[in-house]
Design a protein around this ligand. Sequence first.
Ligand SMILES: [Zn+2]
Length: 417
Amino acid sequence: MKPLRQVSQSVSIDSGQLQCRIDAIASLGGTRLAYTPADVEARSSVLEMMRQLGLKTAVDAVGNLIGCRPGRLSLAPIAFGSHIDTVRSGGRYDGVLGVAAGLECLASLAAADYVSRHPLEIIVFANEEGQNFGALCGSRAMIGALSPEDLLRVDETGRTLAEAIKVVGGNPRQINSAIRQPGEMAAFLELHIEQGAVLESVGAPIGVVEGISGISYTEVKLSGMANHSGTTVMDLRKDALVAAAQFVMAVQEAARQGGCRVATVGRLAVHPNSVNIIPGEVLLTVELRDVDRNKILETRRYLRDCGRQISERTGVGFEFTERELIDPVPCSAEVQQAIINSCEGMGVRYHRLPSGAGHDAQMMGKIAPMGMIFVPSAGGVSHSPEEFTAREHCALGAEVLLQTILRLDRDEGRGLE
Ligand SMILES: [Zn+2]
C-alpha cells in the first residue's frame, strides 16, 4: 500500500492529455442537445475513452453513462462526473471539463499503478441541460425523482422522454433500477466551470462550493385602470406600469440590502401595451436565489409588504402567486474540508462561494456527501461559444479533484464507508 503523501506526489494530472480529451468532445459540435445524434456521438467517444482506461462500463436505465474502476476493499464507490450535453450553441467547457477531468484522474491513477480503497465511479449524467424534457434527467432518476409523467413529456418533434432515453441505450420501463439509495455512494464530487465572474474578480483559481442555490418563482399581477392617456390627469391615474417600476426597484434593493443573494424580475408583460393608453395591467415574474431557504422565504414576505405599500400609494392592486420553490442543497462540510485541504496541500488559492446555477451534484447531494469544485470562466461567460477556461485552470481543477478523491479515499473519509 502506498502512503498518501507518496501517492499525492507521484499521481498528477497530465494537462496536455486533459486538453486532448476536452478537444475530442468539444470538436463534435457546440450544439449537443441531449438524445440527439450529436449527443449520441459524444457519448460513444467518452465510452471509448472509458474502455481505453479499462473501466467497467454500463448505461443505466435512464441513460447515465457509468465507468467503474474497482477498489481494494468492498466499500461504496466514490463517484464523480458531470455532463456532456449542451444548450443550443453551448461552450466547450460546461460539463465537458468535469467529465474529461474525471477520466484524466482515473488515467493518472492507472499510470501510477495505484489502486484506491474505494471503487471509483465516473458518471456522465444524461440530459443535464434539459433543452428538451426538463433539466437534470439523469441525476433526478438516480434519486428516484423522475416521475412517470416526466417520461411522457414530449419534445418539439413529438418524441417522448421515454423514447429518447432508448436512443442512448436506456430502458425507461426499468427506470427505477437507476435509483441509488442513500449510503450506496460514499461521496460525490463535481468539477465544473463557475459560469460567473466571482473567481476571476477575487483572483482565485479554485472555487469551493458551499451549496447550490435554491430558487423561488413568483408571479405578480398588478391591476390598475386602463384609460385615455390624454384626458386622464395624473392625480386620477391607476398606472399599473408605474407601480410595477417601483416594485422592480424594490426587488433589486431587497437583494442588494442583504435579502437573498440574487433577485430578478425577468419577465414583464404590459396590457394593453399601447402608446396612448395608461397601462391597466402588468404581469411580472420574480425569481429569488439563495443557498439559505429562510432568506428566500424572508425576501418573499418582504416583497409582499413592498407590494402592499406601493398599492396604498398608487391604488394599483397586487396579487402574488408563488409558483415553485426548489430547495437549496448544501455541500457536505467534510467534502468541502477535503477540497480545502487539497488546495492548501498544493499551495493553491481558493475562494468559497455558492453555486447560482443548478447542477447534477444537487441531486447527488440528497443521497451522498457531495462537493463541487469550480474553476474560473473568463469574463463569467457560459452557455455560449465564447465560453473559455484557461488551460492551467482546467488542469488545476482536475488536480484538486484528484487530490480530493485521494483524501476522501484515505484518511479524511470519516463516515464515508
Ligand atoms: Zn453544466
